[in-house]
Design a protein around this ligand. Structure first.
Ligand code: ADP
Ligand code: GLC
Length: 490
């Protein structure tokens, strides 16, 4: 039995803005079949419902930079211990990371406290062999472990894995935060936390953990190149020997058209008739004409950020309508994209429907009711929606990057290479043409529905990696850092 404590900023169903929450919410249960006992620590944001949680620790004091943060701990009523770190002055807010004015100004302290508290949880509540950290918000966990607590017997032999879900978010702060997050200036160096004059929390995760992983094999290669490395490709190349690509899995308990409680009718590969009813319900939901039943209905669900290629969808929208196609989209994020999409829908109200905000039920309805699913991402570490789409018989049209390239092939979807409206439009046209051949189209849907992206294979890879870490010597992290320095010099 391997004991693992995961530290993250989101976990479904308690707190979610994107795929990170899906992963942290469902991987722990999958790991149980591989002899791993996993607990998870996330902040107790205002949105985290405590009604069925128990308060298990009244006072878990966290001293940071001369400030005492009074925290307490709740545990959800669930098979996996999900712990919620309560510190009202830091987390009792509507947003997880920011509000309409941008990122919260105290994010460095908010997530430093989370990381320090993780070590308090590891000491007093759930003693793991592996600390598995996700994204920059938990990047300081391995830093504290290898500096402040380097000689603390409680943590002897404890190993860290840092998983990159998105290299585009790095947790960058001015150097003045160092004392506030309780770190010595000595970590402010190139093979430490320094990044172009700023403190980078993600570099903490990359440089101080025993191993690094990311969420697809292709993305693991891409981030070692300048094009996708966000300035960290050198750091990642230096760690390539312990950089692993493990694809995200799907929680089919939550995403399956045979059981989904949110959709108009259930269906399966053997009987697709329910999918038509889902399409009809979706068309009505968005106020599109019944004529749309005869034509391809394109769907998209995403955070509206540059990463997701929203601009390409906006760019091709007029052409889509001219070619007798229909589009429904759900998203939340940057105001510029919301405005552009709203304008497109206003210009073509009988062709394009948009909805803004976060709506879990509607996301399921779009997966089920659309014919095609659009993901023209600039980069996509793994992507979950294209895998959900396959299971819902909704053919993905994706840019061949990261996890999109690893999960979609010509038997199940349509891919394009170049990040351009032209290349994207060509792929959508190819899909729309294929839609006309009903038997061929249905065969494609069925192949997609039958693909298996459940967690089994990926959980096995994580378990093997934990095992390998436990078998490795004490100094995996410092060894890599030496390699890194040599590499930079040589
Ligand atoms: P990312 O994590 O980069 O946003 P993923 O494809 O890994 O991308 O996961 C996105 C997850 O968030 C999916 O579960 C998707 O359904 C969900 N999602 C994204 N935007 C919304 C939204 N506006 N409303 C509801 N669910 C959303
Ligand atoms: C990130 C990525 C997405 C991935 C998710 C979960 O938000 O953008 O591709 O699926 O994390 O790993």
């Amino acid at each position: 039995m391997i004991k693992v404590l995961m530290v993250a900023s989101e976990a479904a169903p308690f707190a979610k803005t994107g795929g990170l929450a899906d992963v942290v919410g469902s991987l722990p249960a999958a790991l149980r079949s591989f002899d791993c006992e996993v607990a998870v620590l996330i902040p107790r944001y205002r949105a985290v419902d405590l009604s069925s949680a128990r308060r298990i620790y009244d006072s878990l004091p966290v001293w940071l930079g001369g400030v005492l943060h009074q925290t307490s701990l709740y545990q959800a009523d669930a098979a996996t211990p999900f712990y919620f770190l309560e510190a009202p002055s830091l987390y009792d807010r509507d947003g997880f990371y920011g509000d309409s004015d941008g990122d919260y100004p105290d994010n460095a302290a908010r997530f430093a406290v989370l990381s320090r508290a993780a070590l308090a949880v590891a000491r007093r509540v759930f003693r793991p062999q592996i600390l598995h950290c996700h994204d920059w918000q938990s990047g300081l966990v391995p830093v504290y472990l290898r500096t402040v607590f380097a000689f603390d017997p409680t943590f002897l032999g404890m190993k860290t894995l840092f998983t990159i879900h998105n290299l585009g978010y790095q947790g960058l702060f001015p150097p003045v935060v160092l004392p506030r997050v309780g770190l010595d200036r000595r970590v402010f160096k190139m093979d430490g936390l320094e990044f172009f004059g700023q403190v980078s929390f993600i570099k903490g995760g990359l440089n101080y953990s025993d191993a690094v992983s990311t969420v697809s094999k292709k993305y693991a290669l891409e981030i070692q190149t300048p094009e996708y490395g966000f300035g960290l490709d050198g750091v990642l190349r230096a760690r390539s020997a312990d950089l692993h690509g493990i694809l995200n899995g799907v929680d089919y308990g939550n995403w399956d058209p045979q059981t989904d409680p949110h959709i108009a009718s259930h269906y399966s590969a053997g009987d697709l008739s329910g999918k038509r009813l889902c399409k009809q319900a979706l068309i009505r939901e968005f106020g599109l004409p019944e004529l749309a039943m005869k034509r391809p209905l394109l769907g998209a669900i995403s955070r509206l950020t540059p990463q997701k290629g929203t601009e390409l969808i906006v760019e091709i929208a007029p052409q889509l309508t001219a070619e007798d196609l229909y589009l429904v989209m759900l998203g939340s994020g940057d105001a510029v994209y919301e405005e552009a999409l709203r304008a497109a829908a206003l210009a073509h109200p009988d062709r394009i429907g948009v909805r803004f905000g976060y709506d879990e039920a509607l996301a399921h309805k779009i997966e089920a009711g659309a014919d095609l699913f659009l993901m023209p991402s600039q980069y996509e570490p793994s992507g979950l929606n294209q895998m959900y789409s396959l299971r819902y018989g909704t053919v993905p049209v994706v840019r061949a990057t990261g996890g999109l390239d690893d999960t979609i092939d010509e038997g199940t979807g349509f891919k394009f290479q170049e990040y351009s409206a032209q290349a994207f439009l060509a792929a959508v046209r190819a899909a729309a043409a294929a839609y006309e051949d009903r038997p061929g189209w249905e065969a494609m849907l069925r192949r997609g529905i039958r693909r298996d992206f459940s967690w089994r294979a990926s959980a096995a890879e994580y378990a093997a990696l934990y095992q390998k870490l436990l078998e490795s010597g004490e100094n995996a992290a410092s060894f890599s850092r030496i390699q890194h320095q040599t590499h930079l010099r040589g």
